[in-house]
Design a protein around this ligand. Structure first.
Ligand code: AMP
Ligand code: GLY
Length: 424
């Protein structure tokens, strides 16, 4: 099978490695890819959001399946673009329809969906420019801290948690005044949930679903979960406190009603659902949905997934996921992100990465890298994810840390405490 994978981060390198190992994937193209994916297939300089150019490429190369890594093409409707084009309709796209992608693309949509299906989540209200006054009244009555969410996609920056009421009001106005552009034209205000977060990944073909290994990511830049939020500084899988009892609750209260809700609304969904959850006193609540896999969670979830990825994707497209049994590696995996100095604020690119060949016992997933004159250069804030296995995550962390110290580039930074809060 000839597959086109869209995206170019650590998540996509993890997808590409799985496809590379699959005997059913004869040829893999990655658009745009990075220096890591170039070792698994052929990178093509195409923008995943440029659907007409993707169409030309898919037809020229006789691509047989498109697998979408990031959310943006899905929210923009790539599934529908292919499905409604006579020349493309035979090519399955792995990912939800535009409507299904609203689970991530619109916080207000997701909240209304959860309310309808009685899926546990924080209480909320939504406001627009027309209802600013009501919103400000509501903020007067909401307990602190206050959670403000821009409705639309805001590159991971659209959620603000404020401990000061006046500051919350100011931010609320700024959001409605266009701080996040169109994404903030509608703002969700929700109550703060105090607990510990984890990530559950579900693959659905629209009828059935399969639960993939559970993970936890570490979003803050600093050790001990301090400082600014990032795209993710590392992840572990499995997650010690997410036991069978917790997963039973998640499946019954969240996963089953989610799949049922999509079916009830006739929403076509053949792809991944990433459910961001928080355990509050042992009870799971949904923080958010994403319509794709997580990054860096994929860098620990896929290494622990023993199934052939092409087979999984084909079953998703064909509606035969019920014939598949998910097999997990019993070992623990930990990944550490090496990031550029300054990230998540300003940082420089184009630094030469040294000693990649010295890495032992870890898998390196490239995130922001590129090749120039046979050298691998940094090309983003998150540069490399270093994934290792161990009998437990601490063992895996030790190996990843050793390699994180070995690899070098100017300004390199990483967190050495990934998973450590789960000790004890
Ligand atoms: P999101 O972009 O929805 O993933 O939100 C970013 C982060 O904000 C989440 O990973 C949580 O850490 C935090 N967050 C979002 N909503 C809430 C909430 N209702 N209560 C507490 N933390 C939240
Ligand atoms: N790791 C969080 C995300 O992918 O959104």
């Amino acid at each position: 099978m000839k597959i086109l994978l869209l995206g170019g981060g650590g998540r996509e390198h993890a997808f590409a490695r799985k496809f590379q190992k699959s005997p059913f994937c004869e040829q893999l193209f990655i658009a745009p890819g990075n220096a890591g994916t170039a070792q698994c297939g052929t990178n093509v300089a195409l923008n995943p959001n440029d659907f007409p150019s993707l169409k030309t490429f898919v037809l020229e190369q006789d691509i047989e399946m498109v697998v979408v890594g990031p959310e943006e093409p899905l929210v923009r409707g790539i599934f529908d673009f292919f499905g409604t084009d006579e020349e493309l309709e035979h090519v399955p796209v792995i990912g939800p329809s535009r409507e299904g992608a609203q689970l991530e693309g619109s916080k207000a949509f997701a909240k209304a969906f959860m309310a309808e299906q009685q899926i546990p989540t924080a209480d909320y209200q939504e406001f627009t420019q027309e209802t600013v006054a009501d919103g400000l009244d509501f903020l007067d009555k909401t307990n602190l801290p206050i959670v403000l969410k821009a409705d639309g996609l805001a590159a991971g920056k659209g959620v603000l948690i404020l401990t000061d009421r006046e500051a919350a009001k100011k931010e609320f106005r700024a959001m409605l005044d266009g701080k996040f552009g169109e994404a903030g034209a509608r703002v969700v205000v929700e109550s703060f949930l105090d607990g510990i977060e984890f990530s559950v990944f579900v693959l659905t073909d629209g009828r059935d679903y399969k639960i993939l290994p559970v993970a936890k990511d570490y979003k803050r830049i600093g050790e001990g979960d301090t400082g600014l939020n990032t795209g993710g500084m590392g992840a572990v899988s499995p997650v010690r406190f997410v036991d069978e009892k917790m997963m039973e609750k998640v499946e019954k209260r969240v996963i089953i009603p989610t799949i049922k809700g999509l079916q009830q609304r006739d929403i076509i969904y053949q792809g991944f659902i990433f459910i961001g959850l928080i355990s509050v006193g042992g009870e799971p609540f949904v923080i958010e949905y994403n319509c794709r896999m997580g990054d860096p969670e994929t860098e620990v979830v896929f290494p622990r997934l023993k199934n052939d990825l092409t087979e999984l994707m084909v079953a998703t497209a064909n509606g035969t996921l019920n014939e598949i049994t998910i097999e997990e590696d019993s070992r623990a995996a930990t990944t550490i992100m090496l990031v550029s100095g300054g990230y998540p604020e300003g940082y420089e690119k184009g630094k030469v990465i040294h000693h990649l060949d010295n890495v032992k016992d870890s898998t390196i997933f490239h995130a922001g890298t590129r090749i120039e004159n046979d050298q691998i250069l940094t090309n983003g804030g998150r540069v490399l994810a270093i994934t290792s296995f161990g009998d437990n995550f601490e063992e895996a962390l030790t190996i990843s840390k050793k390699n994180a110290k070995e690899i070098n580039f100017e300004g390199k930074y990483f967190r050495g405490d990934i998973g450590m809060d789960l000790m004890g």
